[in-house]
Design a protein around this ligand. Sequence first.
Ligand code: PEP
Ligand code: MG
Length: 322
Amino acid sequence: EKKALEAYRGKETVTADGVKKILACNIGSPDDVTAALEHDAEAIGLFRSEFLFMDAKELPSENEQFEAYRKVATALKGNPVIIRTLDVGGDKEIPYLHMVKEENPFMGFRAVRYCLANPDQYKVQLRALLRASAFGDVKIMIPLVTCVEEVRAVKALVEECKAELKAEGVEFDENIEVGIMVETPAASLIADKLAQEADFFSIGTNDLIGYTMCADRGNDTISNLYQVYYPAVLRSLKNIIESGVKAGIMVGMCGEAAADPLLEPVLISFGLEEFSMSAPSILRARKTISQWSKADADALAEKALALDTAEEVKALLEANAR
Ligand code: PEP
Ligand code: MG
């Protein structure tokens, strides 16, 4: 099997009817870029910047952050690098930030909420990202968005940072894209509105499944509910992707579901453009994508959407796996 996949190395990612897709890699540190490129990643679809913060004893400085982002941007040689701003809280704890213990951290003070409440600290990261954008195609991604206000607030901070850097004579990409993770039911429900604010979407199915099904990904007792195959999740994905496509923005997915060969034809049907995953899945995904035309994928997705249970959906997708 592994040998057969080698045939896909160095090839473009295209569907059976010739539609170009982007196969990207998720990384947690600049060191992961080596494996991403070895496995033929065409882009970085998610750089989880929180690992820079979790591995440190205090907040990494603007220069430390800049160096890490620049390294990735340079290594990708002009291919897209989507860097997610600090996604702290929930399951991700950073001791030196001394965040207050909460009853329900997954619904609490986390990610973009924390960052917007600490704008001076957030601007350090945004400045580092802007500076790195002079060295490649760096894009900024906002985690855990639930409303338009958050996107506008982050974009206003980005503009402040741009003005500062300009005054300092520091280079950056004037047209840097600012996109969002779509990983909450709220964001899914207003995907059409968010698509007017964001330069791109990346769907975080890890959180989206959890928040949609009210099922913690780490809780074995209810793991039957934590599945992408539920009709509620499929409808959500369809709405997000179609809203982004309609607005003309790039729609990708960086949650685990992007690497699910059963789901990939459904995502092709909905119009997903970029699939971002861990490095070892990339060649396999290129093969799966190459085996589906839009028409075949549409026929399968239509059947899947008509079903009532996750079990039926999964069985259908298994019976039609290529
Ligand atoms: C997600 O939620 O799908 C995602 C990619 O982000 P994380 O797993 O880091 O929460
Ligand atoms: Mg997430």
